[in-house]
Design a protein around this ligand. Structure first.
Ligand SMILES: Nc1ncnc2c1ncn2[C@@H]1O[C@H](COP(=O)(O)O)[C@@H](O)[C@H]1OP(=O)(O)O
Ligand SMILES: [Mg+2]
Ligand SMILES: [Mg+2]
Ligand SMILES: [Mg+2]
Length: 321
């Protein structure tokens, strides 16, 4: 594998390394939970950090920067660079399924220096601390020229309730955890896209960062059902799997590391993610981290406009892009 992997375009190698490292990240998240002491630090209003957020960020950032020293990596957590990084957290293997794909021509010649990687080591921290474990994802988004072009979403506890209830069933029937990955021009792997039900409108939104404007906006869209769940990654998974039609978050709070990987995969699958005004999000390394215009995403790009038109003017005024 060594010869072929070193010959592969750098973007494909970055994606391949990201797929490898998120599996290690998922094990760290489970180890911290099993130990029981989450080491919670309060970063601000409704903004927690746990031992898992810290350790996973060290794991992903150190693993990727050792292999790709010239890429820009921006992670959610502000950590002491002298902090403890265990050798066992460093993963430098490349996923062979990713390497086997053909990188599209327009991306094959992108040099390392032009790549920005956005890392959310643990998305859905609030839900993690409350035991809503399948809301948790690990997000690695890849951007080139300010656009989200690929990424990885790892959901470490996918199926965990089924594995618990069906412990007597063969282990592999309900495998716990999954990894989705994709890149423009290659596709998305690790998930099957399903269309949501017709004749009903299901909106998914925040469960831990709600406010008056979030609710006003959802009401204006007259949903039949509202799914209040944690995590930006998790909510985009609900769109991809046809469990919701739209993800509506008419508030500030989500950052670029929350949206980069989910946006990339959703777009490849025909969906659309923008701010509440319909502006596309930018991922240059010097961009402001906050998605100040909120987040509006739909399972299909064709229905996005319908939701955008219904965002109340008074709410839009509070969300300058
Ligand atoms: N007000 C906020 N402060 C900090 N993080 C936020 C805030 N709003 C949203 N987020 C981040 O966006 C994700 C999606 O938001 P929500 O779950 O509320 O829909 C959250 O899990 C959190 O990411 P993280 O858990 O990685 O800190
Ligand atoms: Mg956080
Ligand atoms: Mg997050
Ligand atoms: Mg996070």
């Amino acid at each position: 594998m060594a010869a072929s992997s070193s010959a592969a375009p750098v973007l494909l190698r970055i994606l391949s390394a990201s797929v490898s490292v998120v599996n290690r990240a998922g094990r760290i998240i489970k180890d911290v939970m099993r130990k029981g002491d989450l080491g919670i630090i309060d970063k601000g209003i409704d903004d927690l950090q746990t031992e898992a957020d810290r350790s996973v960020q060290h794991c992903i950032v150190t693993s990727l920067s050792r292999q790709f020293p010239k890429i820009s990596i921006i992670g959610e957590e502000e950590l002491d660079s002298e902090g403890k990084v265990l050798d066992e957290w460093i993963v430098t293997s490349l996923d062979s399924d990713v390497l086997a794909k053909k990188c599209p021509e327009n991306l094959a010649s992108i040099p390392e220096e032009k790549v920005v990687v956005w890392v959310d080591p643990l998305d859905g921290t609030s839900e993690y601390t409350q035991g809503l474990l399948d809301h948790v994802t690990v997000l690695v988004g890849i951007a080139v020229n300010g656009k989200a072009i690929g990424g990885v979403i790892h959901q470490p506890y996918y199926n965990y309730q089924r594995t618990r209830e069906n412990y007597h069933v063969e282990k592999d029937v309900y495998k716990q955890g999954r990894t989705l990955w994709g890149m423009n021009g290659i596709g998305v792997f690790g998930i099957e896209k399903k269309a949501p039900c017709e004749g009903k409108r299901i909106i998914t939104t925040t469960r831990s960062h709600s406010n008056k404007n979030v609710n006003l906006t959802i009401d204006a869209m007259k949903p039949d059902e509202v799914l209040r769940v944690g995590g930006a990654g998790h909510k985009v998974l609900l769109l991809i799997e046809g469990r919701a039609h739209a993800y509506v978050f008419a508030s500030k709070g989500c950052k670029k590391w929350d949206t980069c990987a989910p946006e990339a995969l959703l777009h490849i699958l025909g969906g659309k993610l923008t701010d509440m005004h319909g502006n596309s999000l930018e991922y240059h390394k010097d961009i402001q981290y906050l998605n100040s215009g909120g987040v509006l995403a739909t399972y299909d790009a064709a229905v996005h406009e319908w939701y955008r038109e219904r965002v109340p003017e008074e709410v839009k005024k509070t969300l300058p892009p």
